[in-house]
Write a protein that binds this ligand. Sequence first.
Ligand code: F6R
Length: 250
Amino acid sequence: MKIIVYKNYNQICDLIAKNIVNKINNKNKSVLGLATGDTFIGVYKRLIYYYNSSKVNFNNVITINLDEYIGELKFENTYKYFMYENFFKHVNIKKKNTYIPENMSNISKSVNNFQQIIKNHIIDIQLLGIGFNGHIGFNEPNNQLHANTHVANLNKSTIKDNSRFFEKGSQIPTKAITMGMADIFNAKEIIVVCNNIKKINIIRKLLENDLIDTKYPVSLLKIHNNVNLYILYELYDKIKDNIYNNVIIL
Ligand code: F6R
């Protein structure tokens, strides 16, 4: 795992977006693995900027999102809506090329459909955020983790963290369909960003030794041979004396 320390969120989003633009321009039918949440909003903004500046064309691009809530929820609270609002509606990506698990009543059908989509594609670049509890996708800390696409029961702490996106009194989902660990590990390159100082304990745990632990799902990324982890300087500065790995400071 390559650890890159950055000082400016906008700059790092631009660098990641440029990396994605290069990939798209050099490869017909690039496959991007996408995440929702706060972390990558800046990257989507830069991708939209490069599209508007005619530096990239999404006509042949395929996207696969990590996860989607399931259960009864307003469309505005779905990850489908998030992706549409923050990215898809601003570029020329084809709707049929954007894959997100379906929140439908036949859940096992939805899981199987999504697993098939993963099997049919190899993701070139996977964007990954880290949950406050160390989850990736919705692979929540546990004694055992799933390899494949599955229905995840969200941890109490995740439900609480996600409540910030929901109106007061509205029902917050407790389940989601998510890629499993093997699905994520199939990606050729994984880009992880931690831009939140409040995630310091997770990053400390991740970087203080070379252990992997299913109770910190993000630590399993140490097994993958092409992971770039970008961490905010303020965060690095607080834990630098305990970091086991080499880091690159931008
Ligand atoms: C979202 C996802 C989650 C988030 C993580 C970080 O599709 O899979 O694992 O990436 O919870 O969320 P933010 O970026 O909001 O801190």
